[in-house]
Every structure is written in C-alpha cells, then in structure tokens.
Design a protein around this ligand. Structure first.
Ligand SMILES: NC(=O)c1ccc[n+]([C@@H]2O[C@H](COP(=O)([O-])OP(=O)(O)OC[C@H]3O[C@@H](n4cnc5c(N)ncnc54)[C@H](O)[C@@H]3O)[C@@H](O)[C@H]2O)c1
Length: 364
C-alpha cells in the first residue's frame, strides 16, 4: 500500500478466532514490544476463557460486530477464522478499518479474491496472507544454497507429501468440520488447504509459473471424507525450471510430529548436486532437516531452527515489525496470494480436462 503510515507506538491488535492454530500464531505476539493485544474474539466461550489466560488485560467478545461496537481502538487483527469464512470475514474486518494478517488459503475463487483486494483498497488497509513456510529456517537455507550455485544451475525440483494418518497433535472435530465444508466446495485438504503452502514455496523459490498439468485423485473414507490423493501436479516456471509434486496417502502410517502429521520433502536438483529439505511439520526419521550433496560429498545441516512453530513466531514478528516500519516485502501480499490461488485453480482446471497444460494467468 503506497500511503501506509507506520505506527510509532506498539500496534493495538486483536485475535479473531482462537482455535487450534492460535497456539502457534500467538508466538509472534508473546513478549513482543511491537504489539499490545487489546481484544480476543471467538463465539466459543471455552476458547475465550482459555486464551484470556495469555492476555488478562484484553477484552473478549463473541463477535467482530461486538468488538467494533465496543469503542476499543484496534489497528490490526490476526484473522484465524475457519477457511470457509475467510472471504466474508476478512472483508468485514477490513471494512472496520483494521489491517488484516490472515491465514491461507486466501479464499476459494477469484471473485472472492477480488472482493478482498477491493475491500483493502477501499479501506486503505493492508491485507497480508501470511505463509509461515516462508519463515521456516531450513527453507531459507535451501534458497541460499540454490542461489549460491553450490549445486550448479537448477535442473528441476520435486516436492513429496505423504498424508500420514497417525501421530501429531489433537485436532478438534469442529476444525475438521470446516475442512469437510471445503471438501464439498471442491477445495481439498491436501491439494488446496495444506497444498497452498507448497504452491507458495514454489513461487517464492523459483518465480512465476506459466503452465500447470495435474491429475488429482480421490480416496474416500465415507461420510463425505474424500481426500484429494493420489495426486500429481507438475508445472513449468517462466524461467523454464520444472517442478513436480506428488501427494500420497498413508492412512496407517505413524509419523512423529508435535503438530500436524505429514511426511514431506523438497528436493532441488542442480546440474552438479542436489539440496534436500527433509521435513517441515513432522519429525519423522531423525535426519538433518537440510542435506546438500555436491562433488561427491553430503553436508547435513543439524543446527537449523527446524521447529515448525518457530516459523509462525517469526512470521508474526515480521508482520508486527512491518507495521512499525513499513519496510520490506509483506511475505506475502494479497496480490501474491492471488497468484497462489491461480496456481491451484490451474491445477483443478488441468485435472478436470484430463491433464492438459493450463496457464495460471488465464484461469477465470
Ligand atoms: N499456517 C498453517 O500452517 C495453518 C495450519 C492450520 C490452520 N491454518 C489456518 O488457520 C485458520 C484457523 O484454523 P484452525 O485450525 O485454528 O481452526 P479451528 O476450527 O481450530 O479454529 C477456528 C476458530 O474460529 C472460531 N470462529 C468461528 N467463527 C468465527 C467468527 N465469525 N468470528 C470469530 N471466530 C470465529 C471458532 O469458534 C474456532 O475457535 C484457517 O484459516 C486455517 O486454514 C493455518
């Protein structure tokens, strides 16, 4: 936003939605002199009581409308709303004149995305679609290794994601109900919801994409639980670099995780070596989170901060510092998030048409 005026005092912030992911998002706010948390909003009384323990001085509300009517001054909100409520919810927050840091997926279609961009423009407020993966230290090291030329020129890359059925933290059934609603709307949990991060990292690492080809499958567990795997999606960046992403389900596999259980890897192949990021949310087998092979030698990075939660802390701190300075990229702006949405929509369009190449810039 061109005319953004940074705050020369701590930002007055409110959390909107106090569910599962609050546990990680709150880390950017705790012990942070850039922010004063003034309000907490959630229709669920239990959640309000639970989160009030972190912020005894904050006012709590059942709804955004009640917060807005309270007269409490708010500069920015941390929108942790269920995905199906993103578009309407975020437009409402912007219309109240608050800057918004929202979660992925931004929204389900381009009409809603435009509505959100228009609302931000009309309110002259900043809309950020945070992606904590962009703050995961092993990704930063991967990018640095690739850009250093250590593995030669990039020849291609591969993302692997295995949805493992056992392990990880408890996800309340109410969270899963929102996912079922998204599934009914054709926006699956693997390709679209978790997949949003993978597509973001692809754009962040290698720039714009000009063609996507996809084969999106379904595995049904009954009662509307239709998971979008096996799936294979490949693409070509404008630079000519190709990426391929395979998604597999392993419902009986146990994978140790402090958060969501998911076995995932990114492997960038260079003309003279490779760099492999071995995990993100899961802890799986105990190997370094980043390994680099070149000239017949393997280097393992054992001292990176590879706790997935740290990426939430750093993304939140970055946003709050950004509001204090207005400096640097938003990581990720709403416009960049629309590119991620287009990438996903191109995959759906390709798959529906039998795997033909689709240009994300041309999806409607
Ligand atoms: N960055 C990541 O890796 C990551 C991981 C998980 C979830 N998320 C995202 O975080 C968001 C929240 O997910 P979650 O897992 O915490 O869901 P959740 O279902 O656990 O929590 C959502 C909370 O929002 C509350 N809520 C519902 N309607 C509301 C309203 N109108 N106003 C205020 N609060 C309302 C619910 O009562 C609930 O407490 C989603 O957008 C999800 O995609 C991101």
């Amino acid at each position: 936003m061109d005319n953004f005026a940074p705050y020369n005092r701590p930002v007055r912030a409110a959390f909107i939605g106090l569910g599962r992911i609050y546990d990680l998002n709150v880390r950017g706010y705790l012990d942070n002199p850039d922010v004063e948390v003034v309000a907490l909003v959630d229709p669920n009384a239990e959640r309000r009581a639970q989160r009030q323990a972190d912020w005894p001085a904050a006012a709590t509300f059942e709804s955004v409308a009640q917060l807005a009517a309270s007269g409490i001054e708010v500069d920015a909100v941390e929108a942790l709303l269920p995905a199906p409520l993103h578009a309407d919810g975020v437009v409402e927050l912007l219309e109240h004149g608050w800057h918004v840091n929202m979660q992925k997926p931004m929204c389900n279609d381009l009409t809603d995305a435009q509505r959100m961009l228009d609302a931000a423009k009309a309110a002259t407020r900043v809309l950020r679609v945070m992606d904590n993966y962009l703050f995961y230290q092993p990704f930063h090291k991967l990018k640095a290794v690739v850009e250093s030329g250590e593995i030669g020129a990039v020849a291609g890359y591969h993302l692997k994601m295995v949805g493992t059925g056992n392990g990880g933290w408890e996800v309340p059934w109410s969270s899963f109900e929102y996912q079922l609603e998204q599934i009914r709307l054709g926006r699956g949990i693997l390709v679209f919801d978790d997949g949003w991060h993978k597509l973001t990292t692809a754009l962040w690492l290698f720039g714009p994409v000009r063609e996507v080809r996809a084969w999106i499958g379904t595995t049904s567990f009954g009662s509307g639980i239709d998971l979008d795997a096996p799936s294979t999606i490949c693409w070509e960046h404008v630079s000519g670099v190709r990426g391929v992403w395979d998604i597999t389900l392993a419902p009986d596999m146990y994978l140790r995780s402090d958060y969501y259980t998911n076995d995932e890897r990114w492997e960038v192949t260079g003309t003279k070596g490779f760099a492999r990021l071995n995990r993100v949310t899961g802890r799986g087998i105990q190997e370094p989170s980043l390994e680099v092979y070149a000239d017949g030698e393997m280097r393992g990075y054992h001292a990176l901060d590879d706790d997935w939660a740290s990426s939430f802390r750093d993304s939140g701190r970055y946003w709050l510092r950004w509001l204090r300075t207005g400096e640097g990229p938003l990581l990720w702006s709403a416009g960049e998030a629309v590119d991620v949405l287009r990438f996903a929509l191109a995959a759906y369009e390709s798959s529906a048409a039998g795997g033909i190449g689709v240009d994300p810039a041309k999806v409607v």
